[in-house]
Design a protein around this ligand. Structure first.
Ligand code: ZN
Length: 214
């Protein structure tokens, strides 16, 4: 979707955002920038500014901390996201959720399509919806196409937890929040999550709260 003409050019907006240094402020749900969709990246930032912006996204994601961050989450309506997951979780969680380490990656103009029909449902959260988590059923495996930060073609199959991360982040670029796809009866505060829903799988939560699992 085109930027309204009264907006400053994206490069100017990003320069202003980066001027303060350090982690960028994260936009919360309710801000229209999270709902408008994004422009395809097509050189709106020159390569030096793109590199600085990507580094700022990386720093912001780590500081949050999070495992993915999309440009609209810092108020920039460009089709760019970053992902990285050290996956420091207990073994039983890693096995049940397929939460394997995902190295740092930059996704430029990504889109995904399902591979096969298998779906998996787990609690997830979003840095733009702080304090809450909900169960989302997602494709277990997706093919992600797009580019990297150097403009090289990206065409890769992601599985399990990394597949969940790339779906969540790519959805942000289309103006979709995880809550749009969530089982709303599973919605749980961080406090309740820590008290009750630390199991590797959400089966007990599904029974207690009354929502379906795939
Ligand atoms: Zn998110």
């Amino acid at each position: 979707m085109a930027t309204p003409p009264n907006h400053p050019p994206l490069a100017e907006q990003v320069e202003a955002l980066l001027a303060a240094g350090g982690p960028l402020p994260i936009v919360a749900a309710g801000d229209p920038v999270l709902r408008r969709g994004t422009e395809r990246f097509d050189g709106q930032l020159d390569s030096a500014l793109l590199a600085r912006f990507v580094e700022a996204l990386h720093v912001t994601m780590r500081a949050a901390p999070g495992v993915g961050l999309a440009a609209p989450q810092v108020g920039v309506p460009l089709r760019i996201a970053v992902i990285e997951d050290p996956a420091e979780v207990p073994d039983e969680v890693r096995q049940a959720r397929g939460r394997v380490p995902q190295p740092f990656r930059v996704l430029v103009n990504p889109s995904y399509e399902p591979v096969g029909s298998r779906r998996a449902a787990f609690f997830e959260g979003c840095l733009s919806v702080p304090g809450w988590a909900a169960v989302v059923a997602r494709h277990s495996e997706v093919r992600l196409t797009g580019e990297d930060e150097h403009g090289r073609a990206l065409d890769e199959v992601f599985r399990d937890w990394p597949a969940r991360i790339v779906q969540h982040e790519t959805d942000h670029l289309d103006g979709t929040l995880y809550l749009d796809r969530a089982e709303l009866r599973s919605l749980s505060s961080n406090e309740v999550m820590a008290q009750r829903w630390t199991q590797p799988v959400p089966d007990e939560a599904a029974r207690a709260l009354g929502f379906p699992l795939p």
